[in-house]
Design a protein around this ligand. Structure first.
Ligand code: B12
Length: 253
């Protein structure tokens, strides 16, 4: 076995050539001065020999650029620390069987896109009957009652409804991350659960394009799911976490 470090570099034309492509907008008109600004910006970001391969006006006084160039940086794979959801991934049918074998009543999942966030397509993809990308949503699962409250639901209402419906799992969707609004909102929800002494009552899961499992754990949630995650990913984790919780409660009694 080799103990050689694995160094990773981007590539474009040939392996390890360090080629990268950046795109960004600038608040300047689309002209030669704009292109030069884009190149200098790339140089400041550590890109050698930048070439503006595409530029286009956006609106008066604004423009968009794609810059191609080379970087020297490389990443030592051994220093990377990735936190991943640790649960066996199951299919819809396996999850339904698991629920039948391990729980005497249907499991209640309640979800919403919270705070000011109006993006509902993500939470719908996970919860609604139709699902997403060929994967049925939780509403379609035998043994699961899925209650989707929609968008712009405030944290207090979500908790109130979770208590009212005796939810087992709370799903929170956050899409807008500008100015870290999601961090503030997600932190307030955990604080609310703790203040009401309800944190241990639910499995609480977050999701959204910029959400990772690492962030979820850091903020005090049970799990986090980002892009390309579907109902079966979420349900696989949730049913196993609920089972573990049951075992723990029995042991404590
Ligand atoms: C559609 C859309 C809208 C629609 C939303 C309609 C609706 N009913 O949802 C409208 C027009 C309303 C909208 C408005 C805005 N939007 Co918008 N919108 C989008 C767009 C084009 C698509 C988002 C989407 O539907 N993706 C498809 C779903 C399926 O993907 P997903 O959300 O990632 O969900 C998956 C996973 O993340 C995960 N998941 C998601 N949620 C959850 C929850 C749980 C519990 C779990 C387990 C998993 C999970 O599972 C899903 C399936 O895999 C994106 C750009 C893009 N192409 O992504 C911008 C985008 C999200 N919007 C953006 C912005 C800035 C806005 C506005 C602020 C614009 C403005 N200035 O007004 C407003 C905000 C309004 C508000 N108050 O929230 C930015 C967000 C940037 C950021 N990260 O902060 C984006 C990225 C566009 C951009 N490039 O700037 N938007």
């Amino acid at each position: 076995m080799s103990d050689q470090k694995k160094m990773i570099r981007p590539y474009g034309d040939t392996l390890n050539d360090g080629k990268v492509q950046l795109s960004f907008s600038l608040p300047v008109p689309c002209n030669t001065l704009g292109e030069e600004t884009a190149k200098q910006m790339a140089i400041k970001m550590g890109v050698h020999d930048p070439a503006v391969v595409h530029s286009t006006p956006l609106s008066d006084g604004f423009s968009f650029y794609i810059v191609y160039g080379t970087v020297e940086h490389q990443i030592d794979e051994s220093i990377l620390n990735v936190v991943e959801v640790e649960s066996k991934s199951m299919s819809k049918e396996e999850i339904e069987k698991y629920i039948e074998e391990n729980f005497s009543t249907p499991l209640v999942f309640i979800g919403a896109s919270t705070g000011t966030d109006a993006h509902t397509v993500g939470i719908d993809a996970i919860m609604n009957m139709k699902g997403y990308n060929g994967n049925y949503g939780l509403e379609r699962y035998k043994g699961i009652i899925a209650i989707n409250l929609g968008g712009q639901v405030d944290n207090e209402t979500l908790l109130e409804k979770a208590i009212e419906y005796q939810a087992d799992v709370i799903l929170v969707s956050q899409t807008v991350t500008q100015k870290n609004i999601h961090i503030q909102n997600l932190t307030s929800f955990i604080e609310l659960l703790e203040a009401e002494n309800k944190r241990d009552q639910f499995i609480v899961i977050i999701g959204g394009a910029r959400i990772s499992h690492g962030l979820a754990k850091e903020l005090g949630y049970d799990a986090g799911f980002g892009s390309k995650k579907y109902a079966f990913d979420v349900a696989s984790f949730a049913v196993q976490a609920l089972k573990q919780k049951q075992v723990k409660v029995k042991k404590e009694k």
